[in-house]
Design a binder for this molecule. Structure first.
Ligand SMILES: Cc1cc2nc3c(=O)[nH]c(=O)nc-3n(C[C@H](O)[C@H](O)[C@H](O)COP(=O)(O)O)c2cc1C
Ligand code: SF4
Ligand code: SF4
Length: 434
């Protein structure tokens, strides 16, 4: 079995699977059971400043998007940070950390954007023995209206300033949690790094309205006839999160900045994908809320078996391994020519590939009177849409044309050389076109 023990910023944990700051990490009772179930670390539910705790709504706080089999694909919430007192949370954190010294315990914090507020809370967090802090600059609702959470995370200057305060008043790792509700994720990540952050974590939730009730004409979840936008998470947000992670990992300003990946992670495979894009640890919320703490068993087993298969002795062997293969569109090889291929034995003759290609792609699939579907290479642009809509896995695949053969669509010989848009004759900016 591969060794899953993890070291992120010097914080050791038995494995890279951490629970994200959210209901699963809201209290001692949960966190103890999470550690017993096998989670490597937790980011405690976000703490607020001393004083009366925030108040949550008393009606429904979640909404969801489902797949056809009612599998939960996206979760929307209007919950705030912890609604328990700071004192209670700190006491519980200290007890848990002392009983689980080998597990990672990170304190998530959101207090007003004033240095005194941070200077007041940080020594108290340090006393708990927590391994580090995560700055919640991401909460998209409720707290942002009070000048916290996403209201800070959307202004890079504020991120840099607050991170600097934290580095001044706290001597353990500082992780800045980023909001995806921003145009260019590289800007806040750069600001965090400039402020001295040891790492960034992302993503927090995405602004969302999951549904509108067509009888009451109110967004759901509905509180006495009204609704508000919430934060979206779960499997649906994974592609957005991975793209943002990869941008930070590739950008010269932030390349090498440690990343904790969050967003829709449900299986070991999701986790491995985030890690190959540069994440030294991953955090999970919705999957634990949907399936319970025990899903970590499958995550650990799956990751470990995959590592054995690939010959990876430790997680550091593959963290960031996919980054060199993420590039800009203009550098993709235009001499890589493929065509769709239909496995007639696997085909169930549903006709979805035909409808998709005929109506919205390149009219490259023919249908015979007895419903045999075939690809016409002289029309196929290899867009992959038929593969994506076919209900039978692996029934349609994309096959590369051999070099030296002629693409029947363009009449051009397939070249061996790699050639991209930067040098293409149709590119007005290409050297040859000058
Ligand atoms: C109900 C709920 C409450 C959350 N509360 C917090 C919070 O207090 N602090 C925080 O940083 N993130 C909070 N989050 C965001 C999660 O930590 C995480 O960033 C997000 O859910 C994406 O991960 P996922 O797709 O695995 O759920 C919350 C998410 C949910 C669903
Ligand atoms: S790859 Fe695109 S163009 Fe080719 S057959 Fe499929 S849908 Fe049509
Ligand atoms: S979508 Fe797939 S299963 Fe359906 S007809 Fe096309 S190839 Fe066959």
């Amino acid at each position: 079995m591969a060794d899953l023990t993890n070291d992120f910023l010097g914080v050791k944990s038995p494995n890279p699977f951490w629970l994200a700051s959210a209901p699963p990490t809201d209290k001692e009772y949960n966190v103890r059971r999470a550690f017993e179930a096998g989670w490597g670390g937790v980011v405690w539910k976000t703490l607020g400043a001393e004083g009366p705790p925030v108040v949550n709504v008393n009606g429904p706080r979640y909404g969801a998007i489902y797949g056809a089999d009612r599998r939960l694909l996206g979760l929307n919430n209007i919950e705030l940070i912890t609604d328990r007192s700071l004192e209670t949370n700190l006491e519980e954190m200290a007890r848990v950390k002392s009983d689980y010294p080998d597990h990672a315990l990170i304190a998530s914090i959101m207090v007003p954007c004033e240095e005194e507020a941070w200077a007041a809370i940080l020594p108290r967090v340090a006393e708990t023995g927590a391994d580090g802090i995560e700055l919640n600059f991401g909460c998209p609702h409720g707290m942002s209206e009070r000048g916290m959470g996403a209201a800070v995370g959307q202004v890079p200057e504020y991120i840099e300033m607050v991170t600097r305060w934290c580095k001044k008043h706290y001597d353990r790792p500082v992780i800045v949690k980023l909001t995806p509700n921003i145009t260019d994720i590289r800007k806040p990540a750069t600001a965090a790094r400039n402020g001295g952050a040891d790492a960034v974590s992302l993503i927090n939730t995405i602004n969302s309205i999951t549904s509108v009730n067509l009888d009451s004409f109110a967004p759901e979840p509905t509180i006495d006839g009204k609704g508000t936008h919430g934060g979206y998470c779960g499997p649906a947000v994974k592609p957005i999160a991975m793209s943002m992670v990869s941008e930070i990992a590739r950008d010269p300003e932030t390349h090498g900045l440690p990343i904790s990946g969050i967003g829709g992670i449900t299986t070991w495979r999701d986790a491995a994908e985030f890690m190959t894009l540069g994440c030294g640890t991953v955090q999970v919320c919705t999957a634990a809320m949907t399936y319970g703490f025990k899903i970590v068993e499958e995550m650990k087993r799956g990751l470990s078996e995959w590592m054995d298969d690939k010959g990876f002795a430790s997680t550091s062997d593959f963290v960031g391994k996919a980054i060199p293969n993420v590039t800009d569109w203009q550098y993709l090889n235009l001499n890589y020519v493929t065509k769709a291929r239909i496995d007639q034995d696997a085909c169930i003759k549903c006709g979805r590939c035909y409808a998709a290609c005929e109506d919205t792609s390149h009219q490259a699939i023919s249908m015979s009177p007895d419903r045999v579907f075939e690809v016409e290479d002289d029309e196929c642009v290899a867009c992959n849409l038929c593969v994506d809509v076919c209900p039978v896995e692996e029934c349609i695949t994309m096959e590369r044309l051999p070099t030296g053969s002629v693409d029947p669509r363009t009449g051009k010989r397939i070249e061996t050389d790699y050639a991209n848009w930067t040098t293409h004759p149709n590119n007005p900016l290409a050297p040859a076109a000058e």
